[in-house]
Design a protein around this ligand. Structure first.
Ligand SMILES: *Cc1c(COP(=O)(O)O)cnc(C)c1O
Length: 425
């Protein structure tokens, strides 16, 4: 039997690294250097020509110049980052936000319309509303779960459809786990693309990637990550990534060179280490999340559990998207405690193991209060519409023993008093 292609989890251990170029070291060393020595002036000239995309060097391999442009740790990390998503290329960044900002600035110019899904990660929402709009980009939001036909109608009726340049989505939406059909976004993008304007579909895949959702396979153009989350996975680095075709990523890398938003060698090295255990970490977390969701859904002080495993029950109209687009129920869930902010805070303040912190995707479980923390900036009416209320708690489930997590949740819920005035009014 021929075995032509290794699985990504196997490739994470060595792909893109040649020990003979590093004294035979089994692991890629940290190339903590700002610049690289050329063998000759001619070689330096050729590398610069290649970096600037000048013709005459087809098929030649670009050499190392300067760590803002390229560095072995960054390059090898990028070789691996593209694998799970099945992309041709990846670009690594100093943070998720720098991946997002660099990508948006690469593809949007004054007069363009950016259509985005709500709710978005807070930093992204701020960036598009407070910075992109300053540069003359028009931004229009739609609700995750909203019918895209309806969204298209709004776009057309306002006369802005032909200015559409990018559809930017987060699916599942944070913290409600509402789903968006990537293929429908891509159909919409295609419809408003022309010979000289391609409408790009960009997916922030931080929540489910790179294992459980592969947007490129659903015709998205760009996949973005906060590698701070599952990819890093140990709550000890800030980093980001973009994955896509060679052409699309090449353009983003050019912008990155001038913004200087690339990842540093040490963080690249840490992420390579993290990628080796990515699959087992994510799978362990998802298995735990299932147990926790099950426990919460039976608890009398819990009103509702927002978990992908309950999509068919919570959002029957999104069940088809779930089946088509997801390979797991993931490890992020939210729940409404019976009561309001007081009850949610009582729960959070009484957790003994689970840490009260924002962020997600680490080995340890975290809990937070979206309405007053990650989503504090969302206007009140919008929060209500999105079900981000005072009684909601978000959990990022880690890789602990699930019995310990359930014990912790149980004892914290015990401290929550059921409000007396729940009676019919
Ligand atoms: C955390 C996060 C970001 C921002 O990433 P940083 O690494 O903190 O810059 C963007 N999108 C999502 C969905 C996130 O969870």
């Amino acid at each position: 039997m021929s075995h032509t292609k290794f699985s990504p989890e196997t490739q994470m251990l060595g792909y893109g690294y040649k020990p003979e170029l590093s004294e035979g070291a089994v692991k890629c060393p940290i190339f903590q250097t700002s610049t690289f020595v050329f063998k000759s002036a001619e070689e330096g000239k050729a590398f610069f020509e290649m970096a600037m995309g000048k013709p005459g060097h087809e098929g030649e391999e670009m050499g190392l110049i300067y760590s803002r442009i390229n560095n072995p740790d960054m390059e090898i990390l990028e070789e691996r980052l593209k694998l799970w998503d099945g992309g041709e290329a990846a670009a690594a960044f100093s943070s998720g936000m720098s991946a997002i900002a660099t990508t948006l600035v690469t593809y949007l110019t004054p007069g363009d319309v950016l259509l985005y899904s709500n709710p978005l990660y807070g930093g992204t929402h701020k960036f598009i509303h407070h910075i992109l709009t300053h540069f003359g980009v028009e931004v229009i939001g739609f609700r995750a779960g909203q019918d895209l036909k309806e969204v298209e109608k709004i776009l057309v009726e306002s006369g802005r459809a032909d200015k559409l340049k990018m559809i930017y989505i987060e699916t599942p939406a944070n913290p409600t786990n509402d789903l968006i059909d990537i293929e429908m976004c891509s159909d919409l993008a295609r419809k408003y693309s022309s010979t000289n304007k391609k409408v790009m579909v960009t997916v922030d895949n931080t929540y489910m990637g790179p294992l459980w959702q592969h947007p490129l396979k659903h015709r998205a153009d760009i996949v973005l990550y906060s590698a701070t989350k599952y990819i890093g996975g140990h709550s000890d680095v800030i980093a980001g990534a973009a994955v896509g075709s060679k052409e699309v990523i090449g353009k983003i890398k050019k912008t990155r060179t001038f913004f200087g938003t690339m990842i540093d060698p040490h963080t690249s090295w840490l992420l390579m280490r993290s990628l080796e255990t990515l699959k087992i970490r994510m799978e362990a977390a998802a298995a735990n999340a299932e147990k926790v969701a099950e426990y919460l859904s039976r608890h009398q002080k819990v009103e509702k559990v927002y978990y992908l495993g309950y999509t068919a029950k919570n959002n029957p109209d999104q069940a088809g998207i779930f089946t088509k687009q997801y390979l797991s129920n993931g490890a992020m869930l939210s729940f409404d405690v019976v009561g309001g902010e007081h009850e949610a805070f009582t729960f959070l303040n009484n957790l003994k193991h689970i840490k009260l912190a924002v962020s997600l995707g680490g080995t340890e479980s975290l809990a937070e209060h979206p309405a007053s923390m990650t989503h504090a900036d969302v206007p009140f009416e919008e929060k209500q519409e999105l079900h981000i209320t005072d009684k909601m708690v978000r959990l990022s489930i880690g890789i602990e023993n699930y019995n310990d997590l359930i014990w912790d949740i149980e004892q914290a819920l015990e401290k929550v008093k059921k409000p007396l005035m729940e009676a019919v009014m």
